[in-house]
Design a protein around this ligand. Structure first.
Ligand code: BGC
Length: 357
């Protein structure tokens, strides 16, 4: 009987220990909420997994949630994280301007906030922003087009169509402005011709970064402007989910067969299907944003916030969210294409050769 009692007591205290973590600290003391937009794109799965692993390696408990690209779901998830007692929220927002209310609730509960990859707009309750240099992403895409077409050497004219990202994502205009800063002089001089005439951001933007919507817009462009053998030389696509839709549309229109090669198509994220599309000569390049680097920067920010210290930042001017300029750390993007993807993606351990088969 006595023995049984001791065993029961021991078991109970073991359970209590494992529930509260070492040193009797309640798990809430180091709980970090990580809110990601969607699992439908590979990059966010990678981001979520990296963040979780990096935080756990530092002894944090992690509540990781994905919101299926639905703003209300994300708001609900953030509410739950606050209720559960998270000390810091790391948020990749779906609509940067739609979480102001829930963030004032966070503030009232002394929960600190880091904007992950996408800036959170219209809220003073954002301590830091960690991202890749979004303008530079667009510049690299523009320069790739410039180089591959030989625009600097005066070649042309070439036919171009332009796509933009989701208008509710602050990053989208940065990508667009960066790329257009390189391409505009050639559009102005007539070396790049846009047969649809559609170049301004509002007209070319694709809501929700939706592949199907990009495919539908490309279908319309083909029917209107390329149905009689006109050549499409280049498509500026800001990211990989749009590139997927654009390639699908072009494939249906006969590109990739009978000597009809795909135009130059840009992208971003180096999602696996897109790297495979690069290997198969459908997509030309994709910006590589090493999410491991981003995760390690964000962990530094979490540490700093919880220890009442300042986190290292490298930009205190660019990212004004409408209420304040958010101190930011910008990581450096690079591009991968068929010629260098092994070095950039496989030698770096980001993917295994088998992932791309
Ligand atoms: C990210 C891109 C991503 C896009 C769509 C942007 O905010 O910076 O990497 O492709 O969202 O998810």
């Amino acid at each position: 009987m006595f023995r049984k009692l001791i065993t029961t007591l021991l078991a109970t205290s073991l359970i209590t220990l494992s529930l509260t973590g070492c040193g009797g600290k309640s798990s809430k003391d180091n709980l970090v909420g990580v809110a990601m937009p969607t699992q439908s794109l590979q990059r966010w799965n990678q981001d979520g997994a990296n963040m979780k692993a990096a935080l756990e390696a530092k002894g944090y408990q992690v509540d990781l949630q994905y919101a299926n690209n639905d703003v209300n779901t994300q708001v609900q998830q953030l509410e739950n994280m606050i209720t559960k007692g998270c000390k810091v929220l790391v948020i990749a927002s779906i609509d940067g301007s739609a979480i102001t209310d829930v963030l004032s609730k966070a503030e009232k509960n002394k929960v600190q906030v880091i904007a992950y990859d996408r800036l959170i707009m219209q809220s003073p309750n954002v301590s830091y922003y960690a991202t890749f240099d979004n303008f530079k992403v667009g510049v690299i895409q523009g320069q790739y087009i410039e180089e591959k077409l030989g625009l600097k050497e005066g070649k042309g004219p070439f036919n171009l169509e332009v796509f933009g990202g989701s208008p509710d994502d602050n990053n989208a205009t940065f990508f667009y402005n960066g790329a257009i800063s390189i391409l505009k002089p050639y559009i102005d001089s007539g070396k790049l011709v846009v047969p649809s005439g559609q170049t301004d951001f509002t007209t070319v933007a694709i809501q929700g970064w939706d592949s199907a919507k990009a495919q539908a817009r490309m279908d319309t462009l083909i029917t209107a402007k390329y149905a009689n053998g006109e050549k499409l030389d280049v498509v500026l696509s800001p990211n990989d989910s749009l590139a997927i839709g654009i390639v699908a549309s072009l494939k249906n229109a006969g590109y990739g067969t009978g000597g009809k090669t795909y135009p130059i198509i840009t992208g971003q994220d180096c999602d696996k299907p897109n790297v495979m599309a690069m290997i198969n000569d459908q997509q030309s390049m994709s910006i590589f944003k090493d999410t491991r680097t981003l995760a390690s920067k964000v962990v530094e920010m979490v540490d700093a916030l919880l220890q009442g210290k300042e986190a290292p930042v490298n930009d205190t001017k660019t990212y004004d969210n409408g209420t304040k300029v958010v101190p930011s750390f910008l990581c450096d993007p690079v591009y991968a294409d068929k010629t260098n993807y092994k070095e950039i993606l496989i030698d770096s351990g980001y993917y295994k050769e088998d992932d791309l088969k």
